[in-house]
Design a protein around this ligand. Structure first.
Ligand code: PRX
Length: 655
């Protein structure tokens, strides 16, 4: 972020205090901050009591083997029971849990009683396939109710799910299945995207051809497209799951029993399998959902637009909301199908009251114009949320005025796959909001902004965001790699969790997130490492060397810009052609997934390197963002930058 943009942020003086009307009915109270400050563990124990425990816990936190935490360790519970059965037991079986809307317009309401039957049938099916507690199950599915049922069925039998975003490539799926040694893959024939059926099963077939741990592939029929079939391995959901009994006794598991693994990009080419466990995770997911979104289970209609392939879908579509007995909208498709007002149409028809989405989406809608949302009645909305990347004040104000009718608190929620649940956010009805600021740590969360020496910077200062106390939904490790867990998060500032984000505190102590400080890019709220894209590029036969940077992008936050050096001896027409750039972009999409396709690829004769041979990414970022390059004297060859900058003006590769 430029110095000027920073200065502007720090002089943001618009504050929107809670309205008396909202405050009077809010779930959150100011007293929560005091309670948690006086007795943090007592506060979390109280939040954990909102769950139903089969065996009560006696100890809240065991931090004796830090940084490996145990929360509520001697308590036992079943996560799926907490998300489904107990609401039925409490007399809410007829409440709609999921209001599903497919992209083609098909709709299906699922009550808690029906959801319970579906989850029980799926749990029985998994058991019949030999899946047992402690196994891993990969889920590669579109946004359809069966995806949620599949996750809950795993939770119910104590198998850890590893959801892989359905936009990822076969290769990305294969490496994740392999790393977790999954025994089963649950998928669909395809998904509806932009008005047509997009196949999913071929990617699964390609992936499992090389993953011997997988015994079966369970396939939901969604699009009805023809699929290749391996009768020894593949099973139709509508045949096998549907015939199962709706009776299934939920077994209680230890609070620290693994619930899921979710892969996310780090600074190396190998994604990290972030491990979350049961009791602490569910406690904080439910607590934050209840208080940050002010959920009133009898009145609200909630809609989180995330995909279950990301952590937001795990914590704020599946676990937090369902534990709180939500009624929520689940939408399968894209926002522009059949028209660019699809989301506003959904909000109007379902009378959505609580809406949670990402800044990239908000900025896209700003570009599409105010007329689209204004042609719909959005007056049911009473709270708006934002997640995934910093929200700029302009987008925040647009969200507030055009979508929220100037009448809704906006919760800008900072958290990560690793944190499992929201850590920094205003509490609606309690905290005032400044456009673009996530305001402060939630009750029970220890946070600081520190300098290089781990000293807190104080108000008005900038530095690194750290978490100073363990929290219930914290990651318990990286699957199969305890050393990497310690090294990545706990070695930079001893005793503190290093989040990898830069942040500033303004004069009032409100926090402004400034994006990643490591080699992780944030494209449309998706984390992608520069190294992953570089590895994908150099795996192409024409590429000798590649350097990738995230450059500021008006819509997607950051865009991927790649600089490549070609191998010698390529025919001249290949080396010069636009076709090659397209091929490389497609190659990255094939290796990782379309979300990792570089916005721009530049063929360069040389990369800027220090005399010790390290690529100077700062300079490449300057070039990609059209900034003056400043001091280049540490470069081995200072003329390289001119060559690169001149080339960039003339090359591009956007669709
Ligand atoms: O850089 C921060 C950014 O997203 C990163 C976490 O990405 P992921 O694990 O994919 O989880 C995204 C959804 C929780 C963070 O390190 N980030 C997330 N929320 C915000 C944010 N940056 C600024 N403001 C936010 N509200």
């Amino acid at each position: 972020m430029s110095q000027e943009a920073l200065e502007n942020l720090l002089h943001e003086n618009r504050v929107f205090p809670p309205t008396a009307e909202f405050a009077a009915q809010a779930n959150a109270t100011g007293a929560m901050y005091d309670e948690a400050a006086q007795d943090r563990l007592g506060f979390w124990a109280e939040q954990a009591r909102y769950l139903s425990w089969a065996t009560d816990f006696t100890e809240v936190l065991d931090w004796s083997d830090a940084p490996f935490a145990k929360w509520f360790a001697d308590g036992r519970l079943n996560v799926a029971y907490n998300c489904v059965d107990r609401h039925v037991d409490n007399g809410f079986g007829n409440q709609v849990a999921i209001r599903f809307e497919g992209e083609p317009g098909d709709r299906r309401d699922i009550t808690y009683a029906e959801l319970k039957d579906e989850v029980c049938k799926a749990a029985n099916a998994l058991t019949e396939l030999g899946v047992t507690a402690g196994d891993r199950v990969a889920i590669y599915m579109p946004m359809i109710p069966e995806a949620i049922v599949a996750m809950l069925a795993c939770a119910r039998i104590g198998a850890a799910h590893s959801v892989v975003f359905a936009g990822f490539s076969a290769e990305a799926l294969r490496s994740r299945i392999d790393d977790a040694q999954a025994v089963l893959v649950i998928t669909a024939d395809g998904q509806n995207r932009r008005g047509s059926a997009m196949a999913l099963k071929p990617a699964v077939d390609e992936a499992v051809a090389e993953t011997p741990s997988v015994r079966n592939v369970l396939v939901v029929r969604r699009t009805g497209s023809d699929v290749a079939w391996n009768a020894d391995r593949d099973i139709w959901w509508h045949e096998f799951v549907e015939q199962q009994s709706t009776e299934h006794e939920p077994e209680a598991f230890d609070a620290e029993h693994p619930l899921f693994i979710l892969y996310t990009s780090g600074t190396t080419g190998k994604p990290k399998g972030i491990l979350h466990t049961s009791g602490g995770y569910l406690t904080q997911a439910a607590f934050t959902h209840r208080n940050v979104f002010d959920l009133k289970p009898d009145e609200d209609v909630y809609w989180c637009t995330a995909d279950i392939g990301w952590v937001t879908g795990h914590s704020y579509i599946v676990y937090g909301p369902l534990a709180n007995r939500v009624t929520q909208v689940v939408y399968e498709g894209t926002p522009d199908t059949p028209n660019k007002d699809r989301w506003w149409d959904i909000i109007e028809r379902h009378k959505v009251t609580l809406f949670y989405t990402a800044p990239t989406a908000i900025r896209t809608f700003m570009k599409w114009g105010d007329e689209l949302p204004k042609s719909h009645d959005l007056s049911s909305l009473r709270l708006l949320g934002s997640v995934g990347e910093p929200i700029n004040p302009e987008a925040w104000m647009w969200y507030r005025e055009v979508i929220g009718g100037d009448n809704c608190p906006i919760v800008d929620t900072w958290w990560q796959t690793e944190t499992g649940a929201i850590m920094i956010s205003p509490l609606p009805g309690v905290t005032g909001c400044k456009p673009g600021s996530a305001m402060g740590a939630l009750p029970g969360i220890g946070m600081a902004v520190v300098d290089d020496h781990a000293t807190p910077v104080g108000n008005g200062g900038g530095g690194y965001l750290v978490l100073t106390e363990p929290w219930p939904s914290m990651l318990r490790g990286i699957w199969g790699d305890p050393e990497r867990f310690k090294e990545t998060y706990w070695s930079r500032f001893p005793g503190m969790y290093f989040a990898g984000d830069g942040a500033k505190l303004d004069d009032d102590g409100a926090i402004w997130l400034l994006g990643r400080v490591d080699d992780v890019m944030n494209v449309s709220g998706h984390r992608i490492s520069t190294t992953e894209v570089e590895s994908a590029l150099v795996s192409h036969e024409a590429v000798a060397e590649a350097a990738v940077v995230g450059a500021a992008d008006e819509t997607t936050g950051q865009g991927i810009v790649a600089f490549v050096i070609l191998r010698g001896g390529l025919p001249e027409e290949t080396a010069k052609g636009e076709q090659l750039v397209q091929d490389l972009r497609n190659h990255v999409a094939h290796e990782i997934g379309p979300i990792a396709k570089p916005r721009q690829i530049m063929v360069v004769p040389e990369l800027p390197k220090t005399r010790s041979g390290k690529i100077m990414r700062r300079l490449l970022r300057d070039v990609a963002e059209h900034r003056d390059m400043g001091d280049v004297t540490t470069l081995a060859d200072p003329t390289v930058m001119n060559l690169i900058a001149t080339g960039l003006e003339t090359s591009s590769g956007e669709d």
